[in-house]
Design a binder for this molecule. Structure first.
Ligand code: PRP
Ligand code: MN
Ligand code: MG
Length: 186
């Protein structure tokens, strides 16, 4: 096996576990949307890896699937949620009207980001809105938010990898792991 990143204390979800679960989610979503056109919206930056893997497992159903991404950010480079979500201005909300939207996120933490994004998509006239999140950190929830599709329940630890950063680092780890305490700025 590949050596662990020197700043990671342990693997929480291995690349193999992630692959297997993403494949299951893709098949489930494909079945649920088999007779509808689907607009998959990945939330940048964190969901870039998950979205990319997930859409290839939604194949071969539904036959018409669009993929798009937009930047939404609430954390900046720190560790504390501001409770505000910023949507990038380049994303055309008109593209959502009448579509069945699947919002794809790497993690639900406080729920601020996704609860705001679901409201934005509904307000933009989506025909339906569902959420697929790889990780769910229920212990940290501050606003009600339940995803229709969830990969794993996530322990309340400082996790990174597979798209998830700490101060913009570690997004390229092929697994999800915990950062060693000594590398977290207090
Ligand atoms: C992280 C994560 C989710 C969000 C979850 O994104 O990728 O989008 O926070 O937190 P919440 O449930 O408390 O809103 P971040 O704002 O760090 O941006 P990034 O994806 O670009 O890293
Ligand atoms: Mn994010
Ligand atoms: Mg982040």
């Amino acid at each position: 096996p590949l050596p662990l990143h020197p700043e990671i204390s342990k693997v929480i979800f291995s690349a193999e576990q992630i692959d297997a679960r993403v494949a299951e989610l893709g098949r489930l979503i494909g079945t649920d949307y088999s007779d509808r056109e689907l607009l998959v919206l990945g939330v940048l930056k964190g969901a870039f890896a998950f979205t990319s893997d997930l859409v290839r497992h939604i194949y071969p159903y539904p036959p018409h699937l669009e993929v798009d991404f937009f930047k939404a950010s609430s954390y900046g480079s720190g560790t504390v949620s501001s409770g505000r979500v910023q949507l990038d201005s380049g994303f055309k909300l008109e593209s959502v009207r009448g579509k069945h939207v699947l919002l794809v996120e790497d993690i639900i933490d406080t729920g601020n980001t996704l609860s705001a994004l679901v409201a934005v998509m509904e307000g933009a006239g989506a025909a339906s809105v569902r959420v697929c999140a790889l990780l769910d950190k229920k212990a940290r929830r501050r606003v009600p938010m339940e995803a229709e599709y969830t990969g794993f329940e996530c322990p309340d630890e400082f996790i990174v990898g597979y798209g998830i950063d700490y101060a913009e680092k570690y997004r390229n780890l092929p697994y999800i792991g915990a950062v060693k305490d000594e590398f977290i700025k207090k």
